[in-house]
Design a protein around this ligand. Structure first.
Ligand code: ADP
Ligand code: ASP
Ligand code: MG
Length: 455
């Protein structure tokens, strides 16, 4: 059995879903469980619906709902063949439900994380139905499963964490048998608490759903179908000539994802690593492009750097001890504050009297600063970015940092860190320097390519 996850762009239109039907059909002998994202841009629009409704702009919120409904109907119905009338009814029911929610929210004037998840879930609930009907119309035996029946999570709405033992038990109960005789289709990104409240796993969470389903069902392989040929040596929106990485280790892929390679959700690899299930990234527009295979082993390569990631919109916090030397317990006090505000820190560097660290989530920044200032001098620098060189061989190759510095000499490097994992080397630069810095690093480290690992 395999898991096939299709991202938003892979189900963005009638043509895209027709390609999905073909790809799933080609793999039907491997007994796929299909996990789908919402149609591209839908989740963003749904979140706008929630915000507009709660801000009292009811008519605008309803206009977005109607636009979304039309878009879904336009792209879905022809795919459904004889099922078109049933599918239309389902789609309309979901959007009617959303309309009612909008009306309620605009009266209450408040958007709780719980309502946000209820609204956001519509994207995957509908897209998974559309794909189910498209497969059925293509005469592929198929069964739709509501993800909320199997993905059990805690109640941290908008960022819910799966409760693995219960989820795995439900997956086995609900899916194992069905998946033997039919392609199972379910929405990614969404789940539910034990008492049935709808939750979401965080933005980009459909990859995570795929990994959870794969791990729970002991899949042979987890395929992540997207709009690029695989994991590339850099973000293709920044570097036009980025190359496909044919194979990469779990550790490297996790590092890339964490430091900004949007192609994979950072948490995805964990459940797959634990069960040693290979993850393959593939292009739904070019199904024969080869993809990237993520496995537990590292392929030896003459290129020490496998990829360059960048995470933008970072804030640096500089914390100076107000005593001459850093007092005992200073770091503990600092990190306790971040812990309390559930704010994770990406990079840290310390000296005798100061600590600098980076955040990407500034939601609680004001409170954090207020608390830090009770015992330290604090300054912040916004609009920064982390650039990370990732590769297991960085640690065994002398001179990588020197080469990177010589290339980055035009850019003001604000922080440097070699992660404890030793497979990344990170720099913080001004966000506006990212395009030139990443391109320059890419020229430096990928002018020659090991054909065993890169395409
Ligand atoms: P999906 O909707 O299929 O989940 P995403 O938009 O989440 O797709 O992720 C795919 C995108 O990730 C690509 O279109 C690409 O722009 C971006 N990306 C960023 N860094 C990388 C990288 N190193 N390799 C490949 N893609 C990357
Ligand atoms: N639709 C969700 C999002 O846009 C989840 C995903 O696509 O992975 O964040
Ligand atoms: Mg994604």
């Amino acid at each position: 059995m395999i898991v096939m996850k299709f991202g938003g762009t892979s189900v963005e239109s009638q043509e895209a879903i027709a390609r999905v039907t073909k790809i799933v059909g080609d793999h039907s002998h491997r007994r796929p469980v299909v996990v789908v994202s919402a149609m591209a841009k839908t989740t963003n629009e749904l979140l706008d619906v929630g915000r507009e409704a709660a801000a009292g702009r009811r008519e605008h919120a309803l206009a977005i709902v109607h636009r979304l409904r039309t878009h879904h109907l336009n792209h879905a119905l022809q795919l459904a063949g004889a099922g078109a009338a049933d599918l239309e009814r389902y789609i309309r029911t979901h959007f009617e439900w959303l309309e009612e929610l909008v009306k309620g929210l605009s009266i209450v004037g408040e958007l709780s994380p719980r309502s946000m998840d209820a609204i956001a879930s519509v994207g995957e609930r509908v897209s998974s139905l559309i794909v189910t009907f498209a497969l059925r119309a293509a005469r592929i035996p198929v069964q739709h499963i509501d993800a909320r029946r199997v993905i059990v999570t805690d109640d941290r709405f908008t960022q819910a964490a799966p409760i693995f033992d219960q989820t795995y038990a439900r997956l086995k109960e609900e899916l194992s048998l069905v998946a033997r005789s039919a392609v199972v289709v379910m929405g990614g990104f969404i789940g539910a608490t034990r008492d049935g409240q709808t939750t979401t796993l965080g933005r980009g969470g459909s990859d995570y759903s795929a990994a959870i389903v794969g791990a729970g069902l002991d899949a042979e392989e987890i395929q992540i179908w997207t709009d690029v040929d695989g994991m590339l040596t850099a973000d293709p929106r920044i570097v036009t000539g980025a190359h496909r990485v044919k194979s990469i280790s779990f550790a490297e892929a996790a590092e890339m994802a964490y430091f900004g390679a949007k192609v994979l959700h950072p948490a995805t690899v964990l459940p797959a690593v634990e069960k040693n299930i290979p993850v393959v990234i593939l292009n739904s527009r070019r199904s024969d492009a080869g993809g990237t295979r993520i496995t537990s082993e590292t392929m030896p390569s003459t290129n020490p750097v496998k990829s360059i990631s960048s995470k933008r919109g970072i804030t640096i916090i500089n914390i100076h001890s107000t005593r001459m030397l850093m007092a005992h317990g200073f770091l503990r006090r600092i990190f306790e504050i971040f812990d309390r505000y559930e704010t994770s820190v990406d990079m840290v560097s310390t000296s005798e009297v100061s600590v600098s660290l980076t955040l990407d989530n500034t939601e609680n920044l004001d409170d954090i600063l207020r608390e830090l200032r009770t015992f330290a001098e604090v300054s912040i620098e916004a609009d920064q970015a982390i650039i990370c060189l990732v590769g297991e061989n960085i640690r065994h190759t002398p001179g990588i940092a020197g080469r990177a510095f010589s290339v980055l000499n035009q850019n003001n490097i604000r922080m440097i860190s070699q992660g404890a994992s030793l497979l990344n080397l990170g720099f913080v630069v001004a966000d506006s320097d990212v395009p030139t810095a990443v391109s320059a690093l890419h020229n430096e480290f990928f002018s020659e390519l090991d054909p065993a690992v890169f395409d």
